[in-house]
Design a protein around this ligand. Structure first.
Ligand code: UT7
Length: 331
């Protein structure tokens, strides 16, 4: 029988900028307060990158952390799939800049745009490269510098987002561990509820697009919240069911960190014990494509993720995009 290759996450890395923006700091910028932000979102503080630290630098530092901690040479890398909605520039891709920063010469790399689901999308692409034999070692990164696309006069969005990057390495599994399945969905009819409409080919950058703040993120939070709970729950159920698992089998759920209330609602609907639902939103806010790989890194550090655990990832974001990955943890 044909024995399909399986991709395993064999190393993890993370980077967050040093500068902290607290809820108290935001009280000085917009009409908000710590109590509202914390009770409505679960966020206490978020990290903000320096001017000389674009997204490529966050991603580079997360990968450098992975290479150092797991003693991997840059020469071993075959491919980089980088999820971001805050690239350094339209082109070259952030992945190209990162490969150059790291002096990785033998790899190809590219960016993918799937907003908060970006890491799950990138993981599925990396998984396919390993399965097909096209690459032996693939870096999958989620990196976003939301502070550069956030309007700090808009209280609806500026309290939510932060900056950071997380990286994982995929290689062929030598055991039963590895990525079991990822399911992805896209529905572009959600485009008006969560977007940045300025600066692209629809509305090329002009003084007017700048004056109208169209280069900043816009979100109609309430409907997005409802879709997020519904679709994250559904896709997580689907991936479990497809492989004959129930929520009781899940060792740890790492959901996208957009709102603690969304995370709790999804955990409850999936009937996963709150102690098995990973939350770090209080420290970092919503770092878009980076929340899940940063969560994986933190879970490993905190020994909440150990070999043979059944790990469930789930995300929802702009587009709309959503997806879920089921993984037999193998580090
Ligand atoms: O990551 C990608 C996907 N994104 C998400 O999953 C996010 C989904 N949405 C959410 O997480 C929530 O909708 C938000 C956190 C964005 C907002 O929470 P909410 O409970 O849905 O609040 P709301 O937008 O319905 O606003 C409630 C009230 C409003 O006042 P009125 O109209 O009731 O007088 C807002 O003006 O809270 C007000 N408000 C604020 N007050 C203090 C909105 N933002 C703030 C703020 N501080 N920062």
């Amino acid at each position: 029988m044909f024995n399909e290759k399986k991709a395993n996450i064999s190393a993890v890395g993370k980077y967050v900028p040093e500068k902290i923006l607290t809820n108290k700091d935001l009280e000085k910028l917009v009409d908000t307060n710590d109590e509202w932000i914390f009770t409505r979102t679960g966020i206490k503080e978020r990290r903000i990158a320096d001017d000389n630290e674009p997204t490529s630098v966050l991603a580079t530092k997360a990968i450098q952390n992975l290479l150092d901690e797991y003693n991997i040479s840059p020469d071993e890398i075959d491919a980089l799939v980088l999820a971001t909605i805050s690239p350094d520039m339209f082109f070259p891709s952030t992945a190209a800049l990162v490969l150059d920063n790291l002096n990785i010469k033998n790899a190809f790399g590219f960016d993918i745009s799937a907003a908060c689901s970006g890491f799950i999308y990138a993981l599925k692409i990396g998984d396919s490269f390993i399965k097909s034999g096209m690459a032996k070692k693939v870096l999958v990164v989620g990196a976003d510098e939301m502070s550069t696309i956030t309007d700090y006069t808009d209280r609806n969005t500026c309290v939510l987002f932060g900056d950071g990057a997380g990286a994982v390495l995929l290689e062929e599994s030598k055991s039963d561990c590895g990525i079991i399945e990822s399911i992805l969905h896209t529905d572009g009819s959600g485009k008006d509820l969560l977007n940045i409409t300025g600066g692209g080919s629809l509305n090329p950058a002009t003084h007017e697009t700048i004056d109208k703040k169209m280069h900043y993120i816009y979100q109609d939070g309430r409907p997005v919240y409802k879709f997020a709970v519904k679709y994250m729950t559904q896709v997580a159920k689907d991936v479990l069911k497809k492989h004959n698992y129930s929520s009781e089998d899940v060792s740890l759920l790492i959901p996208h960190q957009a709102n603690k209330r969304i995370i709790e609602a999804v955990g409850k609907r999936l009937k996963i014990d709150p102690k098995d639902v990973f939350v770090n939103i209080e420290k970092y806010g919503n770092t878009t494509a980076a929340t899940i790989p940063m969560g994986i890194y933190d879970a490993v550090q905190e020994k909440r993720l150990i070999k043979y655990d059944l790990l469930l990832l789930v995300a929802f974001g702009g587009g709309f995009t959503w997806g879920s990955s089921l993984i037999r943890w193998g580090i």
